[in-house]
Ligand binder design. Structure first.
Ligand SMILES: NC(=O)c1ccc[n+]([C@@H]2O[C@H](COP(=O)([O-])OP(=O)(O)OC[C@H]3O[C@@H](n4cnc5c(N)ncnc54)[C@H](O)[C@@H]3O)[C@@H](O)[C@H]2O)c1
Length: 379
């Protein structure tokens, strides 16, 4: 295994590894360990160049710092990528090589599943390193918990936008019917929402269509679908100059990380009257469940309550993600004084805006609450 360091301003460590015999090429980015060891999944995906993969790892690692801090977890942010090269891979060799990379960081970084990886891959990592979560027979697949959190955030957004969290009869366009998209479709079908779905993988669409009577459309049509809510559950960067003008939905709540291509796209959504639930607030259910079970040893009910509170509406006190949702814009993140302090420890450059203009406090419960601005740019 060859490991080289890359110096990136604003990041604690970025390491690139390769193991020719295993056909492995991978990246681990640690954004911050100010609150504890960095936690973030492993993505198995193909990229045109190694630089593209590094950029993705950096954006994802930073997002994990925000997510873990906002979720009240004693962990920092990191992420890793195993590059997919199109050839048939020996998954055991590949993920054991990745396990050796993870192990070389001596506990500064813990991994779990992400796009393209499963609990079985985590078992391969475990053969080489103890710094892995999301294992079979323990917290397992995080996706049902992530989907539950996205569903809760959707209810909170609906309550803010339409005065009720009842999603019966609402139409939701789900982009991506993979792990999270599938479970989210189940949650929505259960409460009587109508579903429009798209995926590049026909088998994944068919499963949701068959099980939940969803309507299938093409991946190009999904943005302009006649839906109330758009749920990005595939990849990042899908909210951009080309797609935002097509949106008919007035709520965007989904699982994908880094949905905004650039921070200004949060402003564009807000100008068009679209309420956007920041991805790192809405999709925290999986990481909360995995970390709380495997690293903090919390029992089921305590974990599930934490997920409910951190992603959805709360009766007493200001609901966390409802405040996030009310901002109507991605890069702005609200939070109580304690939450702001936690995030500021990890991202010293983040700015607080204490004078709130009228459009930023659409209802009285926001009054007086400073809004935390987060700068998502990789500078
Ligand atoms: N799994 C989790 O618990 C979790 C937690 C937090 C965030 N996320 C994020 O949520 C997203 C989905 O995660 P997942 O675990 O369901 O991944 P997944 O790989 O199981 O599913 C992604 C799906 O998107 C599809 N897809 C890819 N490109 C597409 C396109 N252009 N149009 C439509 N569909 C497309 C894929 O075919 C796949 O079915 C990712 O961005 C991931 O980082 C996942």
């Amino acid at each position: 295994m060859k490991i080289r360091e890359k110096s990136v301003p604003g990041y604690e460590r970025v390491v690139l590894g390769s193991d020719e015999a295993a056909g492995y090429q991978g990246i681990i980015a640690i954004h911050s360990t100010a609150l504890g060891p960095a936690v973030g999944g492993t993505r198995y995906w193909s990229y045109i160049t190694e630089d593209d993969a590094v950029t993705d790892a950096l954006r994802l690692a930073r997002g994990m710092t925000y997510k873990n801090a906002l979720a009240g977890l004693p962990f920092g942010g990191g992420k890793s990528i195993v590059m997919r090269d199109g050839k048939a891979a020996d998954r055991e060799q590949l993920f054991r090589a990745h396990g050796r990379m993870v192990n070389s960081l001596a506990g500064k970084y813990f991994t779990a599943e992400d796009v393209g990886t499963s609990p079985a891959d985590m078992e391969y990592i475990l053969k080489e390193s103890a710094y892995v979560a999301g294992l079979q027979g323990r917290s397992g697949d995080p996706s049902p918990h992530t989907a539950r959190g996205v569903f809760r955030a959707m209810q909170a957004a609906a309550r803010h936008k339409w005065g009720s969290d009842d999603l019966a009869g609402k139409t939701v366009a789900i982009q991506g019917c993979g792990h999270v998209g599938y479970f989210l479709a189940g949650e929505l079908a259960r409460v009587g929402a109508k579903l429009i779905v798209a995926d590049v993988d026909a088998a994944k669409v068919k499963r949701v269509v068959d099980e939940h009577r969803a309507t299938e459309i093409t991946t190009e049509e999904i943005y302009a679908a006649g839906a109330d809510i758009f749920a990005p559950c595939a990849l990042g960067g899908v909210l951009n100059d080309q797609t935002i003008p097509q949106l008919k939905a007035t709520l965007v709540v989904g699982a994908a990380n880094n949905q905004l291509l650039e921070p200004r796209h949060g402003d564009l959504l807000q100008q068009r009257g679209v309420l956007y639930a920041p991805d790192y607030a809405a999709n925290a259910g999986g990481v909360i469940n995995g970390c709380c079970r495997e690293m903090l040893g919390w029992q089921n009910e305590k974990r599930f309550q934490h997920i409910r509170q951190r992603t959805g509406w709360r009766k007493n006190g200001l609901p966390l993600s409802a405040r996030a949702l009310a901002d109507q814009i991605g890069p702005r993140l609200p939070g109580s004084g304690r939450q702001r302090k936690r995030v500021r420890r990890c991202v010293p450059s983040c700015k607080f805006q204490t004078s709130i203009s009228s459009w930023q406090r659409p209802s009285s419960w926001l009054r007086g609450w400073p809004v935390l601005w987060m700068d998502h740019r990789l500078d």
